[in-house]
Design a protein around this ligand. Structure first.
Ligand code: NAI
Length: 502
């Protein structure tokens, strides 16, 4: 195990904007003397004042003692010139996202700091290898990618460029852990872990909207209430800003040479064209402002519950759902002619045709079937109103709000989770990070309720494979190609394949 930097050592933070001030705060709270620098007049003074306020809020909330906060605040010192970084054991760069600016800065720093000083960059999208390429000693540069807001978000992606010394990356990792963060190692590749693996969360939602599965409010509610995500994809994109989110998607898409997995959406492009950038402009997918109500998610009207229902499928989710229905006093006939199934990546209409059963209804993936408040259903075009109303009545009696999605293949949550897991599997397969790292990254960096790979294990890798294969067959697009690692796991252990050991 590598040692963290001594907490009495000096940390220099270059760039005192949103990220730099947060990083300075975290390092100071961890005990380091911090030197803070910026080229913009007043930026450092503003950042130090902001850190003081943030620490005072922590004291007010009882999360930090007043004396501890005072000490942390006193450890942050303004730096008037880069030369003052000469005693630093660690430099964290958080200046503008521009390769030339970062290279020039590190070239200057290299002549100032001592031979053992570790250099790190907080870049979110530039190759760490490229930033290091013009250094005399690129082996001492690593990425130290924090998430916004730094004091609250636990994840730090520790990025190794081609030339980065492993010992340097290990020290940065151990230091981030000593600062109370959850660090993960990753290779310098476009999007690193989070900005790559999270792309399907936006991309599949935009695709669902393009294909008119439902309106944004309904899709958001389904991802929140059925999938357990803290925010739905449309409200999240409105918060991030469509200019920013669209630019990241385009950058990852181009960086992977136009891989259709990462293709941007014309739906989002039009929002950018319109200047509807989200919350910051008062309009994105939703409208914002005093007294403007948020649209409600679609919900089916109350229907009577039939005496009996038949669910199909031997998967764990269907079993859990069956238990909930029985608890609600509904007779579940597991041997009867089932018409209600967990989505397998085919549309209900296709499945009705394949099975010769017109009354086919599909339900979407649920994170927590025992406690979920909403369930999403889709009906085959051939399905009778009587069968549909009966299914709606059953789930309503078991305490669900029922939202109808139009009959899109893979529904919303299943399709999103399968694609998140598929991307995570490719990142692991390509040696970007470990399976454990990707799950930590998505939980700690973007608050996912469960790591995508642990989620794939829970759904069953065979089912995830079936969903992706059926999406691929339906769309005929390379976007839904199955990760080679998923195929390999299933070939090695057809019935019991898992990513994480149990
Ligand atoms: P920001 O615009 O709030 O702050 C950047 C600061 O750097 C400004 O105060 C600017 O005056 C200063 N600066 C510019 N050139 C400089 C130079 N040569 N020397 C010293 N200071 C200089 O930007 P923010 O959001 O803090 O981002 C900083 C870095 O962190 C970027 O590389 C960004 O991609 C990355 N990042 C940003 C995240 C975010 O959510 N904002 C998340 C993770 C990484």
């Amino acid at each position: 195990m590598a040692q963290a930097l001594d907490k009495n050592s000096v940390v220099a933070v270059i760039g005192s904007g949103a990220m730099g001030s947060g990083i300075a705060q975290v390092a100071a709270v961890a005990g380091h003397t911090v030197r803070l620098y910026d080229t913009r007049p007043d930026a450092v003074a503003q950042a130090i004042a902001g850190i003081g306020k943030a620490l005072a809020r922590l004291v007010e909330k009882g999360r930090m003692g007043a004396a501890e906060a005072d000490l942390a605040r006193e450890r942050v010192h303004p730096m008037r010139a880069l030369e003052e970084a000469k005693d630093a054991a660690l430099v964290v760069e958080a200046v503008v996202e521009d390769l030339d600016v970062k290279r020039d800065l590190f070239a200057e720093l290299e002549d100032v700091v001592g031979p053992d000083c570790i250099l790190t960059t907080n870049t979110s999208s530039i190759s760490v290898t490229a930033i290091g390429a013009t250094l005399k000693r690129p082996e001492r540069l690593a990425g130290m990618h924090f998430f916004n807001p730094v004091p609250l978000m636990a994840l730090v992606e520790v990025i190794s460029g081609v030339a980065t010394d492993k010992a340097v990356a290990d020290t940065v990792h151990a230091t981030a852990a000593a600062w109370g963060k959850s660090p993960v190692h990753a290779k310098s590749t476009p999007g690193f872990i989070v900005n790559r693996v999270a792309r399907p969360y936006y991309a599949e939602a935009l695709r669902l909207l393009l294909e008119r599965a439902a309106d944004p409010a309904t899709i958001d509610a389904v991802l929140r209430d059925c999938g357990g995500f803290r925010m739905g994809p449309f409200e999240l994109m409105d918060l991030i800003g469509h200019d920013v989110n669209y630019a990241v998607t385009q950058s990852v898409f181009h960086a992977y040479y136009g891989d259709p997995r990462f293709a941007p959406s014309v739906v989002q492009q039009e929002l950018v064209n319109a200047g509807f950038l989200g919350r910051k402009t008062g309009r994105g997918f939703y409208r914002y402002g005093e007294g403007v109500p948020m649209p409600q998610a679609q919900a089916e009207r109350a229907q009577p519950c039939p005496a009996q229902v038949a669910l199909g499928g031997a998967d764990p989710l269907t079993a859990a759902l069956e238990a909930r229905l029985r608890e609600a006093g509904i007779a579940v006939d597991s041997k009867g002619a089932a018409a209600i199934f967990l989505t397998d990546g085919r549309s209900a209409t296709q499945r009705a045709c394949d099975d010769g059963r017109p009354d086919t209804i599909l339900f979407d993936l649920l994170l927590d079937p025992a406690n979920a408040t909403r369930i999403a259903l889709a009906r085959a075009d051939q399905c009778s109103d009587a069968a549909w109303n009966a299914a709606v009545g059953v789930f309503q009696k078991a305490g669900f709000t029922v939202s109808r999605l139009d009959d899109v293949p893979g529904m919303a949550v299943m399709r999103t989770v399968a694609m998140l897991a598929n991307e995570a599997l490719d990142a692991v397969n390509q040696g970007v990070c470990s399976a454990a790292a990707v799950d930590i990254a998505m939980q700690k960096g973007v608050n996912y309720p469960r790591g995508p790979l642990a989620w794939a294990d829970a759904v069953g890798l065979r089912h995830v494979f079936t969903v992706l294969s059926n999406l691929g067959a339906t769309y005929g697009e390379d976007r839904y190609r199955v990760s080679p690692l998923l195929r390999r796991k299933l070939a090695a252990n057809p019935d019991g394949a898992r990513i994480h050991a149990q």
